[in-house]
Design a binder for this molecule. Structure first.
Ligand code: NAD
Ligand code: UDP
Length: 314
């Protein structure tokens, strides 16, 4: 049996954060969930609130706070393009000032800290699939920059605290992840297509739909995150994602088939700087964490459709 730890999860009321808090509680830890509820919701954590080992702090990580923890998972940051572009200055401050505040706590209490970084640090990649050694192709002044550059700077701060102060850091680069607890109005592609299909609305493809993404089911990601936190002498960055790449058009057709909807596909303009292709090379995660995804798209999408049917009362 592992010793119970006190673990701070920022962004714990969000999509990924709520699954992580649940898993850490199941492992017997005391979990402090910190969230400003910008994109997170109480619904995601209502079951967890019944657990005496779960604490909720309504707090914005841009503001300093002193909390003693053994481990910190920093997930606080809107992740969907419409949400992170809603208040881009705030997105940068959350990513940069927020992680600096969390790193100060980690340094003070000698806590391990894991940063939820992103495949967006590779931008519109010229290398395919993307390895951790690739430095990326990011527009520093575009509409995605608040997120991409914010996350890149957060990685810089992580590495500099590590080199300058010896902070025990972990960086994971998360590739597109989906599953229950995504917000129906989140704006990301999997939730949009499923919600549109279930409601019989038009399915909105941006651009031609030939752009690709590689989709990972949330339980696989959570396994990878926990393995990374518990792995000694490995700071990353490490890609965590499912290498099964598909076009967005193919995803739309797949979800139409799975839901049996009569919805029609419509095409809308592709937003600026939308990456053309994305697929993780997960060799490093396999070698260092003995991790690889287990849930296939068929199963993952079925579980996600069930979730949306339930919350939309369909
Ligand atoms: P989400 O929007 O559902 O969750 C983010 C959470 O952070 C929300 O609960 C939100 O209220 C909270 N938050 C935002 N700003 C905050 C602030 N200043 N202070 C405190 N809380 C704040 O998104 P998600 O998909 O669960 O993403 C979680 C993390 O994983 C994010 O850091 C995101 O960048 C990263 N990530 C996610 C994906 C993905 O595919 N889901 C991919 C790459 C990286
Ligand atoms: N996308 C789409 N229709 C939607 C939402 C997204 O065609 O309703 C596209 C989007 O332009 C991008 C891909 O799907 O090419 C993935 O978008 P998402 O916002 O989920 O994630 P990200 O672009 O951050 O990888």
């Amino acid at each position: 049996m592992q010793k119970s730890k006190t673990i701070l999860v920022t962004g714990g009321a969000g999509f990924i954060g709520s699954h992580l808090c649940k898993r850490l509680l199941e492992d017997g830890n005391h979990v402090i969930c910190m969230d400003n509820f910008f994109t997170g919701s109480l619904d995601n954590i209502k079951e967890l609130l019944k657990n005496k080992n779960f604490e909720l702090i309504d707090w914005d990580i841009e503001n300093k706070i002193d909390i003693k923890a053994d481990e910190i998972y920093n997930l606080a940051c809107p992740a969907s393009p419409p949400h992170y572009q809603f208040n881009p200055v705030k997105t940068v401050r959350t990513s940069v000032v927020g992680i600096a505040n969390m790193l100060d706590i980690a340094q003070k209490y000698n806590a391990k800290i894991l940063q939820a970084s992103t495949s967006e640090v590779y931008g519109d990649p010229l290398e395919h699939p993307q390895k951790e050694t690739y430095w990326g192709n990011v527009n520093p002044i575009g509409i995605r920059s608040c997120y991409d550059e914010g996350k890149r700077c957060a990685e810089t701060l992580m590495m500099d605290y590590h080199r300058q102060f010896g902070t025990d850091i972990k960086i994971i680069r998360i590739f597109n992840t989906y599953g229950p607890n995504m917000h129906p109005n989140d704006g990301r592609v999997v939730s949009n297509f499923i919600v549109q299909s279930l409601k019989g609305e038009d399915i909105t493809i941006y651009g031609t739909g030939e752009q690709t993404r590689s989709f990972c089911y949330v339980s696989d990601l959570i396994d990878g995150m926990v393995k990374m936190m518990n792995k000694d002498n490995f700071s990353g960055p490490v890609n965590i994602g499912n290498p099964s790449e598909r076009t967005i058009l193919n995803l739309a057709e797949f979800i139409i088939r799975k839901t049996g909807t009569n919805s029609k596909i419509i095409f809308k303009p592709l937003p600026n700087d939308d990456p053309i292709k994305r697929k993780p090379d997960i060799t490093l995660a396999k070698e260092n964490l003995n991790w690889e995804p287990k849930v296939d798209t068929e199963t993952g999408i079925d579980l996600t459709i069930e979730y949306f049917k339930k919350i939309l009362n369909l």
